[in-house]
Design a protein around this ligand. Sequence first.
Ligand SMILES: C[S@@+](CC[C@H](N)C(=O)[O-])C[C@H]1O[C@@H](n2cnc3c(N)ncnc32)[C@H](O)[C@@H]1O
Length: 203
Amino acid sequence: MELAHAQEIFEQLYSGFSGYDIARSEKERMGRQEAATTYGEVIPAAFHDVMLAASPKEGEVFFDLGSGTGKATILAALTFPFSRVVGIELLPGLGDAARQVLGRYDAEIRPRLPPEHQRQRIDFIDGDFLIQDLSEADVLFAHGTCYGPELMGKLTHKLEELKPGARVVMAGQTLASPELVFQKMKVMKTDWGSALAAVYQRR
Ligand SMILES: C[S@@+](CC[C@H](N)C(=O)[O-])C[C@H]1O[C@@H](n2cnc3c(N)ncnc32)[C@H](O)[C@@H]1O
């Protein structure tokens, strides 16, 4: 769907709550104050622009590694012809918020969209992306500006196991691995400032 139409739907779905407030209270509740749980969100046009650099193709599967309230995942579903989109999030309160948004999308918006959107599978999974199965992923996004060196080391090893040809859009960090071939770099505006987003392809 056109970005402008996707943006209208996106604004409707996300009006009325703050991912920042949910993240703050979830971090306190879970006792997770590590840098990696620092919250931040994509903005539609900038996210769309960096995703174009990964050349998503019809029927491919998208994963957001650290999906927050699901903004990148929902935008990926609306604007690219993925057969499945998956958000994985560590803080369950953020995952709950994403599933609430998905519930509204399924009830109020999806029924009036074309068949390709009816067929699309959208999942929000609670958990650590380091221990989730990513073997189905063709295009992955990680908004990881605050992911520390240890997490980035483990994530890099995890991404080395992706299927050949899979693309990773890594915002705020770089990936150093002979298995992940650098393709492009873009500036991605976010709701908190801007990050460099690098696109890699699994060899
Ligand atoms: C900067 S936010 C990005 C949210 C969303 N992707 C976006 O761009 O709008 C990063 C998210 O990653 C989550 N996160 C950090 N480490 C994680 C891990 N190991 N597994 C799953 N989620 C993680 C954080 O809790 C946070 O919600």
